[in-house]
Design a binder for this molecule. Structure first.
Ligand SMILES: O=C(O)CCC(=O)C(=O)O
Ligand SMILES: [Fe+2]
Length: 344
């Protein structure tokens, strides 16, 4: 694997040609657009999120919350209770949901997706603390997490400028192939990783600027880069889109991470929204082809983690502890508890 990071190809010049956009997506696995999303919209959502950080005392003492400096003592990762608590509050922000439906985003997706475009109800925000390399999102394909149709498109966008050291997304470009790589247990969002030695070629990324958007499909191989700043949180969104006529996994109709312990549902999220808000329950009257969640990928990850934890692997022990706390009723709970008791 080439360790040098290469620069993304910019696709703004082909925005006028849906055929050229689709062809490039098939060939490279991604499309990168400069200045696609209204920076004003992003700034205002960012301000709301940073205000939540202030309320939850995540902001570094003595700094203006709007600088995005966080107290690394508060560092936590996806799945842990303090993370889920702030995430639950973030998830109720209407502007967090609205940005996925903005005309620029929908316009790009309409060029790439045939027929009516369905933005997934399950929107995602990532909050990546500085100096927590071990929790960096590992190499993966989204299909193992989001399932449904292979032609589900993600739009990843940072909520600020995101230079390489802040840990943006990197892509391993390759032509369309329906190969799903073997994924094993890992720390980091999703908890499943592809081993780097299964890949050849190089990683592509960029110094993102506010408003930039990266689009890729659910077989694209990608990862995050570590947040190497001293004190800046990397905040980003990943929103997903598909043809309304394609199959969709039932979890994509639920709030992201709502199954992880502190369960929250749409009623709670919409509590402060105006009644009949057009962004609430917008998919409810659509005739969707909903398919159940296939547990085989995540099961394999948990089994892998249990084997590793039994051998004393610290990352696996940490993950089983998080899993147990978040999902004490999970089918793995009693075996995980036994393993943790045995390794002390
Ligand atoms: O932002 C991250 O760390 C992970 C994002 C990701 O994997 C995705 O957008 O599919
Ligand atoms: Fe992903």
């Amino acid at each position: 694997m080439d360790t040098e990071l290469k620069e993304f190809k910019v696709s703004n010049d082909i925005l006028c040609s849906p055929e050229a956009m689709k062809a490039r997506l098939m060939e490279e696995g991604y499309l990168f657009f400069k200045n696609m999303i209204d920076p004003g919209h992003i700034e205002s959502l960012r301000a709301e999120i940073l205000d939540l950080y202030r309320q939850n005392e995540w902001v570094m003492r003595g700094t203006d919350p709007m600088e995005g400096r966080v107290d690394v003592g508060k560092s936590c990762a996806e799945g842990e209770p303090p993370y889920l608590e702030v995430y639950r509050q973030l998830y109720a922000l209407r502007s967090f949901h609205a940005i996925a439906h903005a005309p620029a985003m929908m316009g790009a997706m309409e060029k790439l997706i045939n027929g009516k475009v369905l933005p997934h109800p399950s929107k995602v925000a990532r909050m990546s603390f500085p100096q927590s390399d071990r929790h960096t999102t590992p190499i993966h394909q989204d299909f193992v997490h989001f399932q449904g149709s292979f032609y589900t498109l993600t739009c990843w966008t940072p909520l600020s400028d995101c230079p390489v050291e802040l840990g943006g997304l990197a892509i391993h470009p390759r032509p369309w192939s329906e190969e799903i790589f073997n994924h094993r247990f890992s720390l980091g969002a999703g908890m499943l990783k592809i081993d780097e030695d299964q890949l050849q070629g190089s990683w592509h990324t960029t110094n993102y600027e506010i408003g930039d958007a990266l689009i890729f499909h659910s077989l694209t191989v990608h990862k995050a880069l570590p947040n190497q700043t001293d004190e800046i949180m990397r905040i980003s969104l990943d929103n997903r889109y598909q043809a309304a006529t394609d199959v969709i996994n039932d979890r994509q109709l639920q709030p992201h991470l709502s199954g992880s312990g502190q369960r929250w549902g749409w009623d709670e999220i919409y509590d402060d929204w105006t009644p009949d808000d057009e962004l609430a329950w917008y998919w409810r009257d659509m005739d969707l082809k909903v398919v159940p969640w296939d547990e085989s990928f995540s099961d394999k990850g948990v089994q892998d983690a249990m084997a590793k934890a039994g051998d004393g692997d610290e990352d696996a022990i940490y993950s089983l502890n998080v899993l147990l706390k978040a999902n004490p009723g999970s089918k793995w709970a009693s075996r995980a508890a036994d393993i943790l008791a045995a390794v002390g």
